[in-house]
Design a protein around this ligand. Structure first.
Ligand code: 5AD
Ligand code: SF4
Length: 452
């Protein structure tokens, strides 16, 4: 491919956006643009946006706003807003960023190259937020690879029909659509041939994969991926508790490559809040699934998402959430202060909680989780964990010099998704090594390799 310019892509938000940005990069590649990490060199700038919380949305507008002056000096520069904010705001995006060239919704990727060519041939601004029931399928070998990458995201389904009352996803990502298993297997087989050892299957409601007539179920898809040679690990996110079936628990237990880790957002530990959130389960039902899972997979690592300060959440409700966290003992949590999104129903709920109170609750919750995470990490001391080596770590362990000049500090992840650092001069990125854990910290573990 002869390149005619450079493309800079700025990604905000979730893992799904990281995957989508790779697809956008491969489309731009086919239009003659080479990906660059240097914004100043760019001839096309794409901001792949997220609208889940107010802050993420503001970040997108402030990033794109910067290009007003730059476009005056560099008139051929093409600026693109892609993703959820584009889908949500459409034409309105031009009110805040008049110099934008393309507003590309979440379901318009298949038309992106056409829009780029139209802008290049002098057409003024384009908005494409048309619906499409298909998931954009790029040829698997068109992915632009980062050197030394050992882990990759693969979107297997898109959209969500759960309509949690705080969430914009069903409005910006549309109805649930599952990719065909053969396309997924083809993509992962290609990745495996390109030195990828771990895949994370993505979907807004990933364990609702294959629910439509004639489709294969999520556990069956996992089995197919488990059979792909050279893939060592399979992860998936994000799962909804209501779709956590016994079959899926068995798949986690029985399929060797499926990691013994589950991210299962609970959002709140109070029944009244769960009901107002429209989550579709009670505290008790969530806890029963956790008990069942722990019985089947005793060492399973668990993580969750929590929202604090949802409209009308009382101190008692918040305490129930804190108690649930103590009871389950999650390995890690992602906690958020409720953010009011005008397109989601909860924006109209009474008893909105003030920002200071939300932040106070968030801090209490994060403090509690820090102690839980540290406790969970300490349990690993003395164990031997299998680590997928991801690279060299920049920040060296205290007293690292004692290991000698030719020693590197390497880093990788355990099956339970814990970051592990260790000294070595004989392992390579992508190796699976056994590490005896000697120390635990709030965010990582430290150990030594056990070579045969
Ligand atoms: N405010 C705060 N957090 C939110 N999330 C989704 N919508 C909102 C919102 N309006 C969180 C949920 C979800 C995660 C991806 O983002 O916890 O699981
Ligand atoms: Fe949003 Fe709920 Fe769907 Fe998750 S399950 S994407 S929180 S609507």
């Amino acid at each position: 491919m002869k390149y005619s310019g450079y493309a800079f892509i700025y990604t905000i938000g979730c893992q799904m956006n990281v995957y989508d940005s790779e697809k956008l990069a491969s489309i731009l590649n086919s239009c003659g643009f080479e990906k660059t990490g240097d914004m100043d060199k760019a001839d096309v700038v794409v901001c792949n946006t997220c609208s889940i919380r107010h802050k993420a949305e503001e970040k997108a507008y402030s990033f794109l706003g910067r290009f007003a002056g730059i476009k005056k000096k560099k008139p051929h520069l093409i600026t693109v807003m892609a993703g959820c904010v584009a889908q949500q705001d459409g034409e309105k995006a031009f009110e805040r960023v008049p110099h934008l060239d393309i507003v590309l919704g979440t379901r318009a990727f298949s038309r992106f190259s056409r829009h780029i060519r139209s802008i290049q041939s002098g057409q003024p601004r384009i908005v494409d937020i048309e619906d499409s029931s298909m998931i954009y399928e790029s040829p698997p070998d068109s992915v632009c690879f980062e050197e030394n990458k050992v882990s990759s995201f693969v979107t297997i389904m898109q959209g969500c029909e759960n309509f949690c009352t705080y969430c914009v996803v069903p409005y910006v990502r549309g109805k649930e659509r599952s990719r065909k298993p053969e396309n997924i297997v083809e993509e992962i087989t290609f990745l495996a041939g390109s030195r990828i050892k771990e895949v994370t299957l993505l979907g807004q409601n990933v364990n609702s994969y294959g629910k439509k007539e004639g489709e294969i179920s999520f556990p069956k898809l996992l089995k197919k991926i488990n059979d792909i040679e050279r893939i060592h690990r399979i992860r998936f996110a994000t799962s909804h508790p209501k779709d956590l079936s016994l079959d899926l628990m068995h798949a986690i237990r029985d399929l060797k490559k499926v990691c013994n880790h589950l991210h299962l957002p609970v959002q709140s530990g109070a029944d009244s809040v769960l009901k107002k959130m429209n989550r579709g389960y009670t505290r008790q039902q969530y806890l029963e699934k956790i008990i069942q899972l722990k019985n089947l997979c005793p060492d399973i690592a668990l993580s969750t998402d929590i929202i604090v300060g949802f409209p009308s959440e009382t101190i008692e409700d918040f305490k129930n959430t804190m108690d649930l966290i103590r009871e389950v003992e999650f390995d890690s949590i992602f906690a958020f202060a409720y953010s009011n999104r005008s397109s989601a129903p909860a924006a109209k709920f009474s008893d909105q909680i003030n920002e200071k109170e939300k932040l106070d609750r968030l801090n209490l919750l994060l403090q509690l989780q820090e102690t839980c995470t540290e406790k969970k990490n300490k349990v690993q001391i003395g164990k031997v964990l299998e680590i997928l080596v991801e690279g060299k770590s920049l920040k060296k362990h205290d007293g690292f010099e004692q290991f000698g000049k030719d020693m590197e500090q390497m880093t990788g992840r355990s099956e339970s998704n814990k970051i592990v650092h260790f000294p070595s001069n004989r392992v390579n990125i992508g190796d699976m090594v056994r590490i005896r854990i000697e120390n635990a910290y709030p965010h990582s573990l430290w150990g030594h390799p056990e070579f045969d």
